[in-house]
Design a protein around this ligand. Structure first.
Ligand SMILES: *Cc1c(COP(=O)(O)O)cnc(C)c1O
Length: 351
């Protein structure tokens, strides 16, 4: 049964917590929860579903919009007129932030690590089109963005702007609350469809999304297990970051809860050669999902998470499970990036 605890009324929790999370809604919700019939059949037994946050109907979608909806409400409440954030040039988060700023009539500044790239394409093209101010850190360390964001914020303040700084990847406590609302949404969908998952599978980058799901699961007292696959940082580092962020986000909704890294397990081993570099396993997972379901996973996040999940399935990690929901966090623009490399090896493996 979904109602795990007789003295916890989940509906009341949802109402109380949602009331504490101001949100500037930008899309149509709920996003679809779809049974993957042919993939389920192919995988032999375990029922697989997709929660389609890739279909969020704003700014090319993806999970980042959920966090930004709550951050935008916060920024507007603070009378900000400028959003500053950062990551790499192909960041979905930066592209989404630029779209949110445009929609709200705010200025946006994007801080990218490294130097300007040779080509202007995909998310970078969109971000520039949206008229975001662009800064490069001139340092290939991704973390160089973290030091630059406050510097740019101070500079913009001096110019008379009222900036609202969003950490790299959108991983901040306010943004996490947007993902708490996502699990509330999924929970209600599951109730309506009379469906109970055992496991939720997600891709983890900066960890904001995972943090929200973790906090939401605890709020609802659900025993759904999270299986999370890191695509950039080492698992230990992500677990620590997620635990700290969950503790901080809980405080925002007036809960004196602490989370430890043990509460936030993360699978490693599927990053391949590095963040943003397609891996062979991800390519296989993308082809399998595309060819059975017509659903496009991306090479940076969801393809690697699916590869990790399929590996776990093969290694019987999910033998005790009946129903699994894969959170499709978006990222399809990455399909159009690159210099024509056939990273999918489509010729080699066509049937
Ligand atoms: C950012 C992103 C993720 C990971 O979300 P985090 O909150 O950074 O962990 C997953 N999938 C896609 C497509 C993303 O853009």
């Amino acid at each position: 049964m979904i109602l795990k605890s007789e003295n916890l009324d989940q509906r009341a929790v949802i109402e109380r917590i949602t009331g504490q999370i101001p949100r500037h809604v930008l899309s149509h919700y709920p996003t679809p929860l779809m049974r993957a019939n042919r993939l389920t059949e192919t995988l032999g037994g375990i029922e697989l579903w997709f929660k389609r946050d890739d279909l969020i109907s704003f700014g090319l979608g993806g999970n980042k919009i959920r966090g930004l909806e709550v951050m935008l409400a916060d920024a507007l409440a603070q009378n900000a007129d400028c959003l500053i954030t950062g990551a790499g040039v192909q960041s979905n988060h930066v592209r989404a932030t630029a779209a949110v700023a445009a929609h709200a009539g705010m200025h946006c500044t994007a801080v990218y690590w490294g130097k300007p790239p040779a080509t202007i394409d995909v998310n970078y093209r969109v971000t520039k089109m949206l008229n975001a101010g662009i800064r490069f850190t001139d340092d290939d360390e991704r973390a160089s963005v973290d030091a630059h964001i406050p510097l740019v914020a101070a500079e913009l303040s001096e110019q008379g702007y009222r900036p609202y700084a969003i950490p790299r990847g959108g991983a901040c406590a306010v943004g996490v609350l947007g993902h708490v609302l996502a699990i509330f949404e999924l929970y209600q969908q599951c109730l309506e469809q009379n469906l109970e998952p055992d496991v939720i599978v997600i891709a983890v980058g900066s960890g904001g999304t995972y943090t929200g799901w973790l906090l939401g699961l605890r709020l609802l007292n659900l025993c759904w297990k999270m299986h999370c696959y890191t695509v950039s940082r080492e698992p230990e580092q992500v677990s620590q970051q997620v635990a700290d962020l969950a503790t901080e986000a809980a405080a925002l909704v007036k809960l004196d809860w602490t989370f430890s890294p043990a509460d936030a397990p993360v699978h490693g081993g599927f990053i391949g050669q590095g963040y943003g570099i397609p891996s062979q396993e991800a390519a296989e997972a993308i082809k399998l999902t595309g060819r059975t379901e017509g659903i496009l996973l991306d090479p940076t996040y969801t393809g690697k998470a699916m590869a990790g999940f399929l590996h776990g399935l093969q290694n019987r990690q999910f033998d005790a499970c009946k129903r699994i929901i894969f959170l499709h966090t978006g990222g399809e623009p990455a399909f159009f990036a690159g210099n024509g490399d056939d990273w999918l090896n489509t010729d080699l493996l066509a049937v």
